[in-house]
Design a protein around this ligand. Sequence first.
Ligand code: FMN
Length: 218
Amino acid sequence: MDRREFLKIAGTAVATLAVREGVGALVTEGMKKGKKVVAINGSPNLEGNTHYALSLMGDEFAKENVDFSILSIGREKIKGCIACMTCKETGECPFATDRELEIIEQMKNADAIVLASPVYYGGIAGTMKQFLDKAFYSAGDSFAHKLGASVVTENHSGGSVTTESLNQYLLIRQINVVASSYWNVIKGHGKEAIRADEEGERTIRTLAINIANALKNQ
Ligand SMILES: Cc1cc2nc3c(=O)[nH]c(=O)nc-3n(C[C@H](O)[C@H](O)[C@H](O)COP(=O)(O)O)c2cc1C
């Protein structure tokens, strides 16, 4: 039997099994399901520059009927990881607040995760980092094979280092990081300057379009 014949017979066998086991209905339903993207906003400014950057992504996702939510973490009282290792046994951080657990649950249910932060002293804003350390350690493999991206806003510098730091969380959990046409940073001193950063805006919009397209192939 040649390869083509084998594949034909194997394909028929799988399809027959799927119908017999009722898997066919599940597969169809899964393909029709709307895709869901959650963005974690690490800024304490609920309507600030980082939220603005994420809202640009929201515009693009809306055009593609992608369900998009922005979840803010920057104002929460969040403890840092104390390396107790409890989450390795239980899959949950014993020090996580209800809000943290709720956000982690939404991340688990999403098809793509966006991590967004303002640059603070050349790095990730503190509260966001506290959250990410715990969320990604306790998550184990539950985020694996989702799509992901990082988005950053800055006054002047530190943006590309900060996006790389955010990407480390995605990469170590086997999340496929989606690219754009530049580093995903919007730059400017203050609200007006941030909104005038056309290249930054284009980069973030392209990122959202690339995520939406990649989700179509999932
Ligand atoms: C504590 C603190 C540290 C900051 N450090 C930097 C920095 O290192 N580099 C920079 O370009 N901007 C820095 N900024 C500016 C913010 O990153 C920038 O204004 C960002 O767009 C704020 O986003 P938000 O409005 O979402 O909070 C800092 C701001 C604060 C409050």
